[in-house]
Design a binder for this molecule. Structure first.
Ligand code: SF4
Ligand code: SF4
Length: 241
């Protein structure tokens, strides 16, 4: 009978609810008040971005599909028509699909993309009732002429400000090459409807330039130079690694 002890909490909650009418089900916050603030790096449903002139950023290279651990991206590339190109490169993605029954929102596709074409928005409130709807096609993923994602019937867009402002937080937050001294330096292309988004200041909250009075790039170069000199110094003493 000892195994019944494992059900203690279950039974206690079950009968408590039955006797008092108290429910143990927490209603979704959508119906009971304001939503909690989303995490700054929340990974929601994807968007395929476009340049400020309307050209698509995707060049159909399939790197995102290759890196996806869930194998949920399907991309096919094609040559651009010289007279009517879809993207600035030679190629563009003419098929692009993401299967949200598989996606684990790991963001690896975003990291792999060489053109910042695919990013994850903060939209996470979408639920579909059939498998076809779960597969987002290129027509649904490419941002509209206003640069916003295209709203599908089953998506909750009650917080439009977040949809508009935070669709590419990963790209804007990450320093190129990972050197912290580059934080705050814009190194990404403009987006249709938004232009060049400013860098986030999540880690320092203060512009590196205002923190030190110096250009962060110069600082990084000085740092690298010092590092090289240090290595040469070590080698000169016969201590090569
Ligand atoms: S977020 Fe991860 S699982 Fe989802 S499509 Fe991108 S790489 Fe695949
Ligand atoms: S989204 Fe990026 S990685 Fe994927 S095919 Fe397009 S350009 Fe390549």
């Amino acid at each position: 009978m000892g195994y019944l002890k494992g059900f203690e909490v279950t039974f206690r909650k079950l009968f408590k609810g039955t006797r008092t009418g108290e429910t143990v089900t927490v209603p979704y916050v959508k119906d009971s008040g304001p939503k909690r603030e989303k995490a700054e790096r929340l990974h929601g449903r994807h968007v395929l971005n476009r340049y400020e002139d309307g050209m698509e950023k995707c060049i159909g290279c399939e790197l995102c599909a290759g890196v996806c651990p869930a194998r949920c991206i399907y991309v096919r590339g094609a040559d651009n028509e010289p007279d009517d190109p879809v993207s600035p490169g030679e190629r563009y993605g003419f098929v692009y699909e993401i299967n949200y029954l598989r996606c684990i929102h790991c963001d690896l596709c975003v990291e792999a993309c060489p053109t910042e074409a695919i990013t994850e928005s903060k939209l996470f409130e979408f639920s579909f009732t059939n498998r076809t709807d779960a597969i987002y096609t290129k027509a649904e993923l490419v941002v509209g002429d206003d640069g916003l994602p295209q709203q599908l019937p089953w998506e909750d867009w009650s917080d439009l400000a977040e949809v508009a402002e935070l669709s590419s937080a990963w790209v804007r937050a990450t320093a190129p090459s990972g050197a912290a001294a580059y934080e705050g330096r814009v190194a990404w292309s403009g987006e249709l409807g938004f232009g060049v988004k400013p860098p986030e200041q999540g880690q320092t909250a203060i512009e590196p330039s205002s923190r030190t009075g110096e250009d962060p790039v110069i600082e990084a170069e000085v740092h690298e130079q010092g590092h090289d000199e240090h290595e040469q110094h070590d080698d000169g003493h016969g201590g090569g690694h």
